[in-house]
Design a protein around this ligand. Structure first.
Ligand SMILES: [Zn+2]
Length: 325
């Protein structure tokens, strides 16, 4: 009987202990659900990762808030339409498999096949490549009342699709074909035509900011810091910026071939020359006019006139000549 008493005391002690643990866990849960800001870790394909503090919970909202675009050959976990999960991590990785639509292969014995014993029916698998025509997108950035000009800012390239057919022949004459699979070998690239005002350019008179000539001359006689930055691109759309008014962190309206967003190590107004863009309208001269939560000091975000152009740019390492002002 004495042992029984000890035993039940032990059990009561265990119950009390478990109850306390449960109450504590419940308390923690309530506390966690009340806090509104979360630290979210974003992992990039290059294995770099950043942590951002946000009140947003949608994956697309968090990426948008931080100027991060997911490229067509990348995938995100959790997916962009999902909310962030308990791991509080968004992982952007290279998609390893191509899209493949495989039609169901139905094996059935038709009357023709039974007749095939008498009429010769042959089957062959045939692969054909067809072109996917590119689309032409027109962007009108002109203002009313003055002459305009069209300029091709991106050449269109047709894509390629591979289609596999099962073709049946009766006495060497094709009698039917069924699509077994379709695979996009190469995505088409849109042709982009920009309609803009036909202004004869005079140095220093460009509305809304300095001309590339003036920016380049501001670097005269200065010693640049040369650094390779991992560059991506963004546009003024809500997907890239979480808003779509084009107003940068510096207050200026973002301009294509002018504005770049950089980390806090590059003060607003810092001039950056990028040789890879030397043949662009700005001759490769950019000005730091924007920030982004995901932009560390070894990253750079180049402003582009369209979302399509931003996606096509992708991510690349660029040699940058930095002129601190
Ligand atoms: Zn965009």
């Amino acid at each position: 009987m004495k042992t029984d008493g000890r035993l039940s005391f032990e059990i009561i002690r265990k119950i009390v202990f478990i109850s306390i643990v449960l109450v504590c866990l419940l308390g923690l849960g309530v506390f966690a659900s009340k806090s509104e800001m979360n630290y979210i870790t974003i992992r990039f394909p290059d294995e770099e990762e950043i942590t951002v503090l946000t009140a947003k919970t949608g994956v697309d909202e968090i990426l948008g808030e931080n100027h991060i675009i997911v490229l067509p050959d990348e995938e995100v976990y959790p997916s962009e339409s999902d909310k962030i999960d308990f791991s509080k991590t968004i992982t952007i990785s290279k998609a390893n498999a191509k899209k493949k639509i495989v039609a169901e292969e139905v094996e059935s014995v038709s009357s023709e096949e039974i007749l095939g014993k008498y009429v010769k029916i042959a089957e062959k698998i045939i692969t054909e490549q067809v072109e996917i025509p590119y689309e032409t997108i027109t962007k009108d950035v002109s203002t009313e009342g003055s002459e305009t000009k069209d300029s091709v800012i991106q050449q269109g390239v047709n894509g390629i699709k591979e289609i596999k057919y099962k073709v049946r022949y009766q006495d060497e004459v094709e009698i039917d074909r069924t699509v077994i699979s379709e695979e996009v070998i190469k995505e088409p690239v849109n042709k982009i035509v920009q309609i803009s005002n036909n202004i004869t350019s005079r140095a220093g008179t460009r509305v809304g900011g300095l001309s590339p000539e003036v920016i380049a001359s501001s670097a005269d006689g200065k010693e640049p810091v040369v650094r390779t930055l991992n560059a991506s691109a963004y546009c003024s759309c809500a997907k890239c910026c979480g808003k779509s008014n084009g107003v940068t962190s510096s207050g200026n309206i973002a301009r294509e071939w002018h504005t770049v967003a950089a980390g806090s190590g590059y003060p607003m107004g810092t001039v950056i020359y990028i040789p890879a863009f030397a043949d662009q309208p700005n001759g490769g001269w950019f000005v730091v006019e924007d920030r982004g939560g995901a932009i560390s000091n070894n990253k750079l975000d180049v402003f582009m006139g369209s979302h399509q152009a931003a996606i096509q740019f992708g991510r690349k390492n660029l040699e940058c000549y930095i002129y601190y002002q």
